[in-house]
Design a protein around this ligand. Structure first.
Ligand SMILES: N[C@@H](CCC(=O)N[C@@H](CS)C(=O)NCC(=O)O)C(=O)O
Length: 275
């Protein structure tokens, strides 16, 4: 048996692994582990990953957990283009630096936000106390500020001038915060294509700062989708007017829009039909 990837594409780290494998044309069998059905606790899956989390990898007899370890394994084994995980000592260290930081910073804050804003109300029918949520959002804002000030700075990508695995790990977390509207079952009118598609309207990605900055971030995110992931023009049309968010004090209610379910709808058709 060749490479098997155990994923649920609802999960951010799974999407990072999935996008990396697709983008680098790495052949693999997708083994879907449905988290909402508790399949990560099945006997079969626990053999692959006793930690009971996705993503997980099986390559022959070799099994591996942890998205970062999986990304680096794939980059090395399939000799992905250098920019993903550079050979240069210091360029690689920059990528490692982000990968090390994000676990306890952006990843943790995004996950906490998602649970408190969405999962608790949906699954437990309970809202978290407003002050708890406010603290979580304030922490998320601190992380986003650090992401900009320490890592992104004035560069095009987090660890330098080229896209690396650090950007994939980051974008899949940040996508949970993108405010998107999805209209599925549409025939795309762009370029005369009649293919059924889903429409993705990105209205905001960076929610810290002014409306203009937010609009800039949204536009950059759209560029990321269309260019870096090689989405053909006729698969992705740009909304003519991006919604501007008003300037809001950091941590205020409503800063975070979670599009957990929508992204599953959008990304799957787009990514799987393009590559
Ligand atoms: N540090 C791990 C985190 C993996 C993780 O948190 N996976 C979640 C989905 S996003 C999961 O499998 N949760 C199932 C559970 O905890 O029961 C990684 O980067 O791979």
């Amino acid at each position: 048996m060749g490479l098997e990837l155990y994923l649920d594409l609802l999960s951010q780290p799974c999407r990072a692994v999935y996008i990396f494998a697709k983008k680098n044309s790495i052949p693999f069998e997708l083994r879907t582990v449905d988290l909402l059905k508790g399949q990560n606790h099945s006997d079969d899956f626990v053999q692959v990953n006793p930690l009971r989390k996705v993503p997980a990898l099986k390559d022959g007899d070799f099994t591996l957990a942890e998205s970062v370890a999986i990304l680096l394994y794939l980059a090395r084994k399939y000799e992905a283009p250098d920019h993903w995980y550079p050979q240069d000592l210091q360029a690689r260290a920059r990528v490692d630096e982000y990968l090390s930081w994000q676990h306890t910073a952006l990843r943790m804050s995004c996950t906490r936000t998602m649970w408190q804003k969405m999962m608790f109300p949906i699954f437990l029918g309970q809202r978290v106390p407003p002050e708890t949520l406010a603290n979580t959002l304030a922490e998320l804002d601190r992380c986003l500020q650090l992401l900009e000030d320490k890592f992104l700075k004035d560069q095009d990508f987090l660890a330098g001038p080229h896209i690396s695995v650090a950007d994939l790990v980051a974008i899949t977390e940040l996508m949970h915060r993108v405010n998107v509207t999805v209209r599925s079952g549409l025939a795309m009118v762009v370029n005369g294509s009649a293919e059924p598609s889903a429409q993705l309207l990105v209205s905001s990605i960076g929610v810290v700062g002014t409306a203009e900055e937010n609009r800039g971030h949204s536009a950059r995110f759209f560029e990321f989708l269309t260019k870096e992931l090689d989405l053909a023009e006729d698969r992705a049309s740009r909304a003519s007017e991006l919604t501007a968010l008003p300037e809001r004090p950091p941590g205020s209610e409503g800063l975070v829009d979670t599009s957990f379910w929508h992204l599953r709808v959008v990304l799957l058709p787009i990514l799987t039909t393009n590559k």
